[in-house]
Write a protein that binds this ligand. Structure first.
Ligand code: HEM
Length: 395
């Protein structure tokens, strides 16, 4: 006999919950293996590692073709992340080839130069207090990513507002959503709409590679346009936030930072561990295609489900001492990049960026000293700081 699915007493996506997202997500995970939301009783959340990873793997049961709060008229493109195989496979092949290690290896040196120049400019000032989001992770990603995509220089100042809007479209249409949409403004939407058009992209760029795939008949021209927008939205703030979370971890766990400084080959592991420790994407959305039973609770076919990466990545059933940031942890299987057919296709790019920026920091910064409260970014699905005040003590 099926046990009723308990209703969680807190809205995980309110302003207050976003300010305390780690604690709220952890509490939801411990509340029950399957959880209904108080204000959206037709939506369920899974937050335990075992169930989230199994759900991400089983795309036939947990389909991407719909999700919690699905609005087919939203500005969010209905492509790739919103498809199942075989359509998904065809479109993903184009993106995966353009983002492969081979295709991107030539970018490593450019990224290194950009990162060294950015950190070098700060070092010239001597030890200084900065906002590590604005002055490091945004400054870096908001330069190298649009350069790689071949976007015009004009309008790049809209990237942060655009990112905010993208996260908002993935969550509930609540007060946070309304605030974001009211603040976004038409110029941001106009910029994103125009910047991804073929005539505005540089030849030889990642963006242009999508249109060239369309010329070869691998995807349609309309799909190429949507893919440039998807790459822009999926690649920017996920990377900004993960690197900000890594810097935060370096400041809160100085022994771990010391280890990375002594062994710079640990930079990649430090980045992956920050993805586990504080994942920048709180959840993915899916729809159950059949009745699914989990620990005696039946999720009826047609139920929209949230699979909570961040909570699963701190599930004590899976991870020892999960709140500890440990750069030598065996974190294989962490879900910060997702898992299964939709696992992040931009992983190689994100790691190259992290190696460049975190590598430059490790070579030059002796210590990160926290100097004020960390301000969370007010987004429902994205998670991480919008302001991270630290003092840089240079080597
Ligand atoms: C640290 C940075 C990043 C994080 C944490 C991240 C996280 C994720 C996650 C969790 C998913 C799976 C979502 C789901 O299953 O519903 C995903 C998918 C995706 N990511 Fe990333 N991502 C990052 C960087 C990037 C970059 C740099 C790009 C592009 C250049 C990118 C492009 C994509 C795309 C296109 C998908 C959809 C793949 C598919 O549906 O097959 N991501 N990412």
């Amino acid at each position: 006999m099926s046990t009723p699915i308990p209703v969680f007493d807190t809205d995980p996506f309110s302003h207050d919950s976003i300010r305390d997202a780690r604690a709220v997500d952890d509490r939801l995970r411990e509340f029950s293996p399957v959880v209904r939301l108080k204000d959206d009783e037709d939506i369920v959340m899974l937050a335990r590692f075992e169930h989230v990873s199994a759900g991400l793997k089983d795309w036939k049961t947990f389909s991407s073709t719909s999700r919690p709060w699905h609005d087919p008229n939203s500005v969010r493109p209905e492509l790739l992340l919103t498809d199942d195989p075989p359509k998904h496979t065809r479109v993903r092949a184009v993106v995966a080839s353009a983002l492969s290690t081979g295709a991107l290896s030539k970018m490593a040196e450019d990224f290194r130069q950009d990162a060294d120049a950015l950190v070098g400019r700060l070092k010239d000032k001597g030890d200084c207090e900065i906002d590590a989001v604005q002055e490091l992770t945004q400054a870096f990603v908001y330069k190298v990513l649009p350069d790689l995509l071949g976007l015009p220089e004009k309008g790049r100042e809209h990237l942060s507002a655009f990112g905010n809007m993208v996260w908002a479209t993935m969550g509930p249409m609540n007060a946070v959503f309304q605030d974001t949409m009211a603040a976004t403004g038409q110029p941001v939407i106009d910029w994103a709409t125009d910047a991804c058009k073929r005539e505005n992209l540089l030849p030889g760029s990642l963006g242009m590679a999508m249109y060239e795939a369309a010329d070869r008949g691998e995807i349609t021209q309309d799909e190429a346009y949507l893919l440039v927008g998807i790459l822009l939205s999926a690649a920017a703030d996920t990377t900004v936030l993960t690197m900000a979370n890594a810097i935060r971890a370096f400041s809160e766990f100085p022994d771990q930072y010391e280890l990375v400084r002594e062994n710079p080959q640990l930079v990649k592991a430090a980045f992956e561990e920050s993805l586990r420790w504080d994942s920048p994407s709180r959840m993915a959305g899916r729809i159950a295609m059949r009745d699914v039973e989990i620990d005696g609770h039946v999720i009826p076919a047609g139920t929209r489900c949230g699979l909570m990466f961040a909570a699963a990545n701190r599930d004590p059933r899976k991870w020892t001492d999960p709140d500890r940031y440990d750069v030598r942890r065996q974190n294989l299987g962490q879900l910060g990049f997702g898992f299964g057919v939709h696992a992040c296709v931009g992983r190689v790019l994100a790691l190259l960026e992290a190696e460049a920026l975190l590598g430059a920091l490790v070579r030059n910064v002796r210590r990160f000293e926290p100097t004020g409260p960390v301000e969370p970014w007010m987004t429902t699905i994205g998670h991480g700081p919008v302001r991270l005040p630290v003092r840089l003590h240079f080597a």
